[in-house]
Design a protein around this ligand. Structure first.
Ligand SMILES: N[C@@H](CCC(=O)N[C@@H](CS)C(=O)NCC(=O)O)C(=O)O
Length: 198
């Protein structure tokens, strides 16, 4: 059984939501960040960055929320969390899965901290453009790939939920609000929220 190392009110929400979407049994290991559980030698052997989330699957271990999405979607194809290889939708799926940590997350941090960056050198360019691109992609909906829900929605939905709704780091937009409302109607999102709330 897969083991998910997680902590409430952290980026590990995406992995909780992901595991709930699979419908597969998994073990949750509550990792107390305030007690430094993420910096013990045992934990660092799983994720040398000393951060949650992390996932153990037999002899395999990995961290990074988006990588966990890609791994679990591949391990449980029956959950249909990723368009299969050969499906033209897979290109956009991979694009949005990587866009989340590569562009959305740093843009959120930049907006929240107001740090100035040269947009040519910054991998995400201009924060405003990141949110404009996301806005345009979410206007039609219901999901980032259109009619197909995927693990890319788990990354984008959890990131937006964290930054727009929970921590109010980034101003919302009509398309973000509608999208987040749709995410929140998913039973797996609701179960993950209940688990995270304790
Ligand atoms: N790039 C990582 C970031 C993970 C991360 O920053 N986790 C934070 C909580 S949101 C953490 O574990 N912080 C504890 C620490 O740094 O000691 C991912 O996307 O999974």
């Amino acid at each position: 059984m897969m083991k998910l190392y997680w902590s409430p009110r952290t980026r590990s929400f995406s992995s909780l939501w992901l595991m709930e979407e699979t419908g597969q049994p998994y073990e949750r290991v509550l990792t107390d960040l305030s007690k430094g559980a993420q910096k013990t030698p045992e934990y660092l052997a799983i994720n040398p960055m000393g951060k949650v989330p992390a996932l153990q699957d037999g002899e395999a271990a990995l961290a990074e929320a988006a990588a966990i999405c890609a791994y679990v979607a591949e391990r449980y194809p029956q959950a249909r969390l990723a368009p299969p290889p050969g499906d033209p939708l897979r290109a956009k799926y991979l694009y949005w899965l990587f866009f989340s940590p590569g562009c959305i997350e740093p843009a959120m941090v930049q907006v929240a901290t107001k740090i100035e960056m040269n947009p040519v050198a910054a991998g995400w360019g201009e924060a405003q453009r990141v949110f404009d691109v996301l806005d345009a992609a979410l206007v039609k909906g219901p999901w980032i790939l259109g009619d197909t829900f995927s693990a890319a929605d788990i990354m984008i939905g959890s990131g937006l939920n964290f930054a727009v709704r929970l921590f109010k780091m980034v101003p919302s937009r009509a398309s973000f609000d509608r999208y987040l409302d749709r995410c929140a109607t998913r039973p797996a999102f609701q179960r993950a929220s209940a688990i995270a709330a304790g």
